[in-house]
Design a protein. Structure first.
Length: 237
């Protein structure tokens, strides 16, 4: 899991320089595909439930699962959420980050900062002896305290030999503690935070999820290991 996580972290480190005005989301997808396969791993998303690409690339009001497209060209002022999974030696690393394309508005920048901070607030609760609800509640509390809404239709998840394993990890309280967190668990924690309301809908491509009100959405994700002490972020360099 550490090796798979580090590969995904390296993808994001390299991807940072690729994200700029004039680049298509298909070009980003091809870059990531080459990066992963050159290292004797394979992109976990490619072919998953017939998903056609190696990354999810979601721009502005797209929440998650955007399909890379040669016609979708980044413009200055956009934000783009990139979700990457890599399978290495039978184990999966899964991470996401929302990037600014050139100079973005202060409102967009604040959304990115709050969403990433919500992720780290949740990671802080990923400790043995806590419960799943502690992670979920941390995201909801942080996002709502800053005036944003939490997407409820899509959740984080366990991750290991396959991309989606138990337990599901909502980014809002369920009203029950859920499973106790134990050393050795590996979780993909992924807040999806909206500038406006939490409602979403799926486009006709049957993948791309957008905000119903057309307002911006941001997405940050890390694969995290529960240990006997501090949580270990596997997808951070």
């Amino acid at each position: 899991m550490r090796f798979a996580g580090q590969l995904v972290a390296q993808v994001f480190d390299a991807l940072r320089e690729q994200i700029k005005p004039g680049v298509s989301t298909a070009e980003l997808d091809e870059f990531v595909h080459r990066f992963i396969t050159k290292r004797r791993a394979f992109p976990t998303f490619k072919g998953y439930r017939n998903f056609p690409a190696s990354i999810c690339a979601s721009i502005n009001n797209e929440v998650v699962h955007g399909i890379p497209n040669r016609k979708r060209v980044l413009q200055a002022g956009d934000i783009i959420s990139v979700d990457v999974g890599a399978t290495l030696n039978g184990f999966v690393g899964d991470s996401a980050k929302t990037f600014a394309v050139g100079k973005i508005s202060p409102a967009a920048q604040r959304l990115l900062e709050v969403t990433e901070a919500a992720l780290f607030a949740a990671i802080e609760q990923a400790r043995a002896g806590n419960y799943l609800e502690d992670i979920s509640g941390a995201v909801q509390d942080y996002a709502e305290r800053h005036g944003y809404s939490v997407v409820r239709d899509y959740v984080g998840h366990g991750v290991g030999r396959t991309m989606h394993e138990d337990p599901q990890i909502p980014n809002y309280r369920q009203g029950k503690r859920g499973p106790a967190l134990k050393p050795g668990m590996t979780l993909a924690i992924e807040p999806m935070i909206n500038e406006g309301k939490s409602d979403t809908r799926v486009l006709r491509d049957k993948w791309t999820v957008i905000t119903k009100d057309g307002k911006l959405s941001a997405h940050f994700e890390h694969t995290v290991a529960i240990t006997d002490g501090e949580p270990e972020i596997l997808t951070r360099l």
